[in-house]
Each structure stands twice: as C-alpha cells, then as structure tokens.
Design a protein around this ligand. Structure first.
Ligand SMILES: [Zn+2]
Length: 415
C-alpha cells in the first residue's frame, strides 16, 4: 500500500516537472517566421507589455490546468488506499437504512473532501486571473460561485450515483448498458434546463440593452431564421474583462448569449461578426451534434469502465477494505476511470470542436463579408484574455476547443 502511494506521488511529481519544463523552458508562443509582421503577429497589435503579460499569464494558466487534472486522480487513489472511501460508506450506513440517503451522505463527504483538497489550486487560478486583471470578481463573489458550483454538482452527482449503483447491484453484467440508456434522456434534460434553471444561478440574463444595436443583431439573426426571443445578453462585467459569446440549450430553450463586455467594448462590425459566428453554431445545430457525440463516447467509456473497474476492484478491493466491486465505496475508482478516459479522449473531442469552430468562422465571414472587422475581433479577443496566439502543441491538443488565433487570422487573411 505504501509502495503504491509512493509511486503515485512520484509519478505525479515527474509529470508536474515535465510540464514545468515544457511550458516555461522548452516552448513559447513565438510565431513561425513567415507570419512575422502580418495581422496574425501579436507584435503588430499588442504592446510590448501586453505581449509579455500574455506569455506569462498563459504559461501559468496552462501549468495550473495540467497540474489539476491528475491531481484529482491522486485524491481518488489516496481515498481508496487509505480506506477513507470505506469509512465514508460506513458512516452513511450507520446513519440510515435508506439507500438514497446513504448515497446522499457518502457523496457529500466525497465532494467535500475533493472540494477542500483542490481548493488551493482553484484559488491560485482565481488569484492569478485577478492579478493579471482578467477577472474583476471580488473574493466573496468568486466564493459564492464556488458554493453554487458545489451544490449544483452535488445534486446532479447524487442522482447519477444513486441510479448507477442501483443498476450495478441489480444487473451485475449489463448495468453499464442500462446506465448508458438512462444517460441519454438525462443529458437531454440537463441541456434543456441549463439556460433557464442553472445558468441564472450564477449571472443575470436579459434581452439586449442597447436597442439600436439589438435591431442590427436581430436583423442579422432573421437572415438565418433565428427568432428574436433566442438572443440574450448576460451581465459579466462585474466578474471579468474578457470577451465572449456562446450558444446554449436545446429546443425552446436554445439561445445565443452575448457577454455585456463584448457588447460594450467591441465596435458594431466586430460584434456583428461574433454574432454571425454564434449564429453559425445555431444554424448548423452544433449543440445537437455535440450531444450525439457525447452519447457515443459515453457508451464506449462505460463499456471500458465496466471491464476495468471489476478487474481493479478484484485486485485491490480488499486492500482498500471494500468488499464488493459494486459497493458504494468503489465510487472513487469509477470516477478515476471516467476522468482518465475523458482526459485521454479530450484531444479527439477538441479536434472535433475546432473543426466546428472553423466552420462557424467560415460561415460568419461569408455572411458579414467584413475581413478587417473579423481580424480585429480576434486581435481584441487576444488582448482581453491575454491569450497565446500560437500555443505550444500539447497545450493546443488538450486545451484548445477553438483553432488558435494564429490559425483563425491566417484563414481570414486568405479570404
Ligand atoms: Zn464558436
């Protein structure tokens, strides 16, 4: 047991060391020589200071990202190794006989532990974002969001875990197929209620405030048959200086949301380009494609998890004081496997997303036909979030759901 704990920590340290060197020493975001001096070269649109800050900020944020994913794995492994998970199950069983309540208690302790242990990393991330003046959120407002996050995730997780372990106990062989079948309506349901019940817990949503601008945006939306009641503004300026817009929800709840920072700080033509880009997602039904893909990936993920979980629990179960593979206390193993698989799948998922984002850029430039506005939009996005125009390859692989700014501007330049 001590041996496993030692090796877990050792491997984590080696991994962290690798990324420290990779991100801070071996790579930077300088662009290929043939693009020097073009509109894609940040030196042409950022000041020297902004350039330096963007490089520093991105390096730190990327490092924090790569630290935090396997950090979660270490927590799960330690929970199992030191019998903490078994202990949580005992507490839950000692309190009540009802299985749903046992699940609620067990998941509460697990979530609390993860929240507390990961707090230093999430706080550092908040602190750095604030230090570089991207976030403008007060500590109490940030803390409030963290608490909402905790409870929203908690409620969703209790429901999922309860259904999951009921199925595991009833159908030891085929539980994962039934779990997969249940996940389909559940995913659709969550996507449907998200814009109406979950997102408003964090921010205020309302129709566009600037009526002149609204008329132009809605005229553009009409071209693509998007009804006016699907366009919203969200109050983000209290929390951030960054710019953004996105498409969310399905059916009657589908909507295009523009951050108020975007509306306040970009020119009209730039806003219309962003709007056209979001409209493309809406028109091409990228949300539905995303859900479809998610359903397929969940099937494969559950299939593999079923196999590996039984195998791992057979080998290490008694070690961790867990009697059966489908005892509630095996949850950290389930979460560990799911998290490992999603991390491994993320480069492929990001590549698909980048393909969709590129299609949206293409649609937007064809609709607006304003190359200068489109290019300056991406330059503004870079400045407002101090992002790297040309990130290191591994960063792009794991973190970029959008093409890099370099790729996006080069594409526009060729139009
Ligand atoms: Zn997009």
């Amino acid at each position: 047991m001590r041996k496993i704990a030692f090796w877990t920590l050792f491997l984590y340290a080696m991994y962290a060391l690798f990324f420290a060197f990779y991100l801070f020493q071996w790579t930077d975001s300088s662009i290929p020589a043939q693009y020097k001096g073009t509109s894609a070269d940040p030196a042409t649109f950022l000041t020297k200071k902004e350039l330096m800050l963007a490089e520093q900020f991105s390096e730190v944020k990327n490092f924090l990202f790569f630290l935090s994913v396997p950090y979660e794995w270490v927590i799960y492994i330690f929970m199992l190794l030191f019998g903490l998970s078994a202990r949580f199950q005992q507490w839950a069983e000692a309190t009540t006989k009802r299985r749903f309540m046992q699940t609620a208690i067990y998941v509460f302790w697990l979530s609390l532990l993860v929240q507390v242990v990961t707090f230093p990393l999430s706080y550092t991330s908040y602190y750095v974002t604030k230090m570089y003046n991207i976030s403008t959120q007060t500590f109490s407002s940030w803390m409030r969001d963290e608490l909402i996050d905790f409870w929203v995730n908690y409620v969703i997780m209790v429901v999922i875990v309860y259904v999951l372990y009921t199925l595991m106990k009833k159908f030891e062989k085929r539980w994962w197929v039934y779990a997969w079948l249940c996940s389909i309506p559940f995913t659709l349901f969550l996507t449907f209620i998200q814009p109406v019940f979950i997102d408003p817990l964090y921010n205020d949503f309302y129709p566009l405030k600037n009526k002149q601008l609204e008329a132009k945006i809605l005229a553009l939306a009409e071209k693509a048959n998007i009804p006016a009641e699907h366009v919203f503004e969200v109050n983000m300026s209290e929390k951030t200086n960054a710019l953004n817009a996105y498409v969310t929800g399905i059916g009657g709840n589908s909507r295009i949301v523009l951050w108020d920072t975007t509306l306040e700080r970009l020119s009209e033509d730039e806003i219309l380009f962003i709007m056209a880009h979001e409209m493309a997602h809406y028109v091409m039904k990228h949300i539905y494609w995303g859900i479809g893909l998610y359903i397929v990936v969940t099937f494969i993920g559950l299939l593999l998890t079923n196999r590996w979980m039984k195998r791992m629990m057979k080998r290490f179960g008694s070690f961790c004081r867990i009697k059966k593979w489908n005892d509630l206390a095996s949850l950290p193993m389930f979460l560990l496997l799911i998290s490992l698989l999603s991390f491994a799948a993320s480069p492929a998922m990001n590549a698909i997303s980048r393909y969709e984002e590129h299609a949206a850029d293409k649609y937007a430039i064809e609709l607006t036909k304003n190359k200068e506005a489109a290019i300056s939009t991406f330059q503004q996005l870079t400045r407002s979030s101090l992002s790297q125009v040309h990130p290191p390859y591994i960063v792009k692989l794991f973190r970029y759901s959008h093409p890099t700014i370099l790729e996006r501007i080069i594409f526009l330049e060729k139009q």
